[in-house]
Design a protein around this ligand. Structure first.
Ligand code: ADP
Ligand code: MG
Length: 339
């Protein structure tokens, strides 16, 4: 047997990076989530070559203090979680303190960041997770993270990247979902200098739907607003006459996080019952809110799975919420539903 030894932090980072950053879209997700967690009102994502050579996220959030910037890139370094008990009630998108460590270990990063009360900002350059330059910089309040040459030091991972256009659209879909989750944030995406997305950030979900899914879909939507015990569901679904050939436009959020959920899909579609032709699917953007202790988001860093403690309640909440919306849309008297 070879000797057992603990991996060096660098190797451990590379392994962790493999899980957190699969492709440019996963890096974009982490960076935009950080911007939102930082309280940004405006977030801009710029990418070139599918995000492989250039992925820049600029926000007008709280920024980082000069003494914190380097720490942010260490593994398990976070400002969002302090003790085990905090895991029971997570109010931010991030909490693992892994993303920046992971992304920086497989790329070159330039950071510019400034808090509102600091006279100067800080600039930092990292290569494969190692700080190579640091300085003061004049910059606006907020943070800019420029990630270059993703996976340049992990050729095995690089080989798995698809065409630039495929990676670019994965980045776009990821940012679109974040924009739908946060209508209060104005989100822009520029691909090779061309604008692909621009949400107004006016706090209205329908405005974000309009920007992401287009005018036609926005016009076909009817509002959902239901509650079931401590659960509530809000958002929009398409009227039965306006269905799609795929489930691609069914978007679900649980406590602000995008999830894929067979349970929620089934609850949605059952509300349409016999109104759907075979092979036709409704579109939706639905936000489910439930007490944090009834949902486990800690399943996997990069995956969109959640576990519900009480599945039947989730089903009922979504099902009756959508049913109520469809009934109201069709002009029938809305039933009063009580658990
Ligand atoms: P997490 O988001 O899980 O805390 P990250 O590795 O993504 O871990 O980020 C580490 C820390 O860096 C965050 O907790 C936050 O304090 C800080 N940070 C990262 N991005 C930003 C940003 N855009 N604005 C302000 N602070 C940030
Ligand atoms: Mg994060």
């Amino acid at each position: 047997m070879p000797k057992i030894q603990q991996l060096s932090p660098h190797v451990a980072d590379l392994i962790a990076a493999g899980e957190v950053v699969e492709r440019p879209a996963s890096a974009a997700k982490e960076l935009v989530e950080n911007a939102i967690d930082a309280g940004a009102h405006k977030v801009t994502v710029e990418l070139r070559d599918g995000g492989m050579t250039f992925l820049r996220v600029t926000d007008d959030g709280c920024g980082m203090a000069a003494e914190d910037v380097e720490t942010a890139f260490l593994r398990h370094a976070t400002s969002k979680l302090h003790e085990a008990a905090d895991l029971e009630a997570i109010h931010t998108l991030g909490f693992r303190g892994e993303a920046l460590a992971a992304i920086s270990s497989v790329s070159r990063i330039d950071v510019l960041t400034k808090t509102a009360d600091a006279p100067f900002g800080t600039s930092l350059h990292l290569e494969a997770g190692v700080v190579t330059e640091r300085g003061e910089a004049g910059c606006p309040n907020g943070t800019t993270m420029l990630v270059r040459d993703l996976f340049y030091n992990t050729p095995a991972r690089m080989k798995f990247m698809k065409r630039d256009s495929v990676e670019a659209s994965a980045v776009l879909s990821t940012v679109q979902r974040l924009a739908l989750a946060h209508p209060e944030v104005a989100v822009r995406v520029l691909r090779d200098g061309q604008e692909q997305l621009s949400t107004p950030g006016d706090g209205k979900l329908l405005s974000a739907i309009y920007a992401v899914m287009g005018r036609q879909t926005a016009q076909e939507m009817t509002p959902v607003d239901g509650s079931w015990d401590k659960l509530s569901v809000t958002g929009f679904v398409t009227r039965p006459a306006a269905t799609r050939g795929t489930r691609g436009s069914q978007i679900f959020f649980v406590n602000g996080r995008h999830v894929r959920s067979k349970l929620m899909t089934a609850a949605l579609e059952q509300a349409y019952r016999n109104q759907l032709l075979q092979g036709r699917f409704p579109a939706c953007v639905l936000h489910l809110h439930l007490p944090e202790h009834l949902v486990d988001v800690n399943v996997h860093p990069a995956k969109t799975e959640v576990r519900f403690l009480r599945e039947q309640e989730v089903f009922d909440c979504v099902h009756y919420g959508v049913l109520g919306a469809l009934e109201q849309a069709s002009g029938r008297v809305q039933m009063k539903l009580k658990p």
